[in-house]
Design a protein around this ligand. Structure first.
Ligand code: COS
Length: 385
């Protein structure tokens, strides 16, 4: 499959590139130090329509396709990976899940506000003892009249503190496995939604990652997303789209590291010449560029497959696996090319290197992506009994 971007996709790319490099880039290094949440970036991104990118116009979105979204997200990640992960979870998982599974009422009440950026969305699946294996989650939702009462603890929740709405998974039938899980929309004003510990992370430091405690959290039955017992499929479908988002973030950070490394190699003199003249470095540059291009094609291909409404689970996992592993290789090489300077905060590559590290971990580790890809090829399995 080859890609000729449409005029609209090219327009999105160039508009977001300009915004990202002028506005988002300006505060990225400082935010990495202070861990300040990028609320001001997000406010401006809402004005540009970047917080409801794949949401139809009818629900105040930008009605972009996934390819356009991937291009935009990579551009934001190029300047600030912390801002990009907030944008990714909000668009890829939260908006998309409500769009795909929400009732008309939920779309009117929540999706419109999300798309306009009135608040940011979060997605609470992971628990202290349930990461790669979400079926083993302990959070429960018990029916009580026209409400459900949710109790449990969620862990590593992106935008756990700064979101206005959280999609929460819970077991409505603790005895059942996949079919015992349901999803709920829980809003910030719910007194039973309590923010716990905020992680002190190696990278993506301006994006808050927190525990969320659900303490007798009463949620109207009307705020269940999808049907009872449908939660696992909603989550898996959401993660399929989310994984394309992580691939897009990987592309953006890799491109930033690559551009920084090329610039440095053309400026730095050693042994009486620019270090870009040395064949050893030129081969590294060639390998980096090739890997970035391969990841770009995989990511755009997964996005195009999603846009064509075909099942894209395998392609999303392939893109996520390859792009997230690629960005870790590329940022490590870019840092190495900077020599001792790469190890300092005077150059941005050390931030890129730290930010990229989690990409092979969140929204499904590389190992889980390999499980998904091989399961779909072999189709003879269930990983768990
Ligand atoms: N889209 C729609 N439905 C899906 C799906 C998808 N991508 N993946 C699975 N399903 C459905 C299956 O069709 C199956 O339905 P039936 O019971 O009706 O047949 C059901 O879900 C169970 O699927 P499966 O047997 O594949 O589930 P497993 O428990 O074997 O595990 C893995 C699947 C391991 C792949 C899954 O648990 C996973 O992705 N884990 C990682 C979770 C993750 O990313 N965590 C990070 C937290 S988010 S930061």
């Amino acid at each position: 499959m080859s890609f000729k971007l449409t005029d609209e996709q090219l327009m999105i790319q160039s508009m977001v590139r300009e915004f990202s490099r002028k506005v988002v880039a300006e505060t990225a290094a400082e935010r990495d130090k202070t861990k300040e949440f990028p609320a001001d970036n997000l406010k401006k991104m809402a004005e540009l329509g970047l917080l409801g990118m794949m949401v139809p116009f009818d629900y105040e979105g930008s009605d972009s396709d996934t390819v356009g979204y991937v291009l935009a997200l990579s551009e934001i990640a190029y300047s600030c990976a912390s801002t990009a992960v907030v944008m990714s979870v909000h668009n890829s998982i939260v908006c998309e899940s409500i769009l795909n599974f929400g009732t008309e009422d939920q779309k009117q009440h929540y999706l419109k506000d999300l798309a306009m950026g009135k608040y940011i969305g979060a997605f609470a699946l992971t628990e202290p003892e349930a990461g790669s294996d979400p079926v083993s989650q302990q959070t429960t939702a018990v029916k009580d009249g026209d409400h459900y009462i949710i109790n449990g603890t969620k862990r590593f929740i992106t935008t756990g503190k700064n979101s206005g709405l959280v999609i929460v998974t819970a077991k409505t039938d603790p005895e059942a496995r996949h079919k015992g899980i349901s999803t709920f929309i829980v809003t910030r004003d719910n007194p039973g939604l309590v923010v716990g510990n905020t992680e002190d992370k190696m990278g993506l430091r301006a994006s808050d990652t927190t525990d969320l405690h659900l303490e007798d959290c009463r949620v109207p039955a009307a705020d269940m997303l999808g049907k009872e017992g449908e939660g696992f499929k909603i989550v898996m479908k959401g993660l399929d789209g989310g994984r394309i988002g992580i691939a897009a973030q990987s592309l953006g950070v890799a491109q930033a590291a690559f551009d920084a490394a090329v610039k440095y190699a053309k400026q730095r003199d050693q042994f009486g010449q620019k270090i870009s003249k040395f064949q050893g470095l030129r081969w590294i540059i060639a390998d980096m560029a090739t890997e970035i291009e391969a990841a770009r094609q995989l990511t755009l291909s997964a996005a195009a497959m999603k846009d064509s409404k075909k099942r894209f689970t395998t392609q999303a996992s392939m893109a996520k696996l390859y792009a997230s592993e690629m960005v870790n290789r590329v940022t490590a090489k870019a840092l190495q090319m900077h020599g001792g300077y790469g190890f300092t905060k005077d150059y941005p590559v050390e931030r890129f290197y730290r930010d990229a590290r989690v990409f092979t971990i969140y929204e499904g580790t590389s190992e889980i992506q390999r499980v998904v890809i091989s399961n779909n090829i072999l189709k003879d399995k269930r990983t768990t009994k």
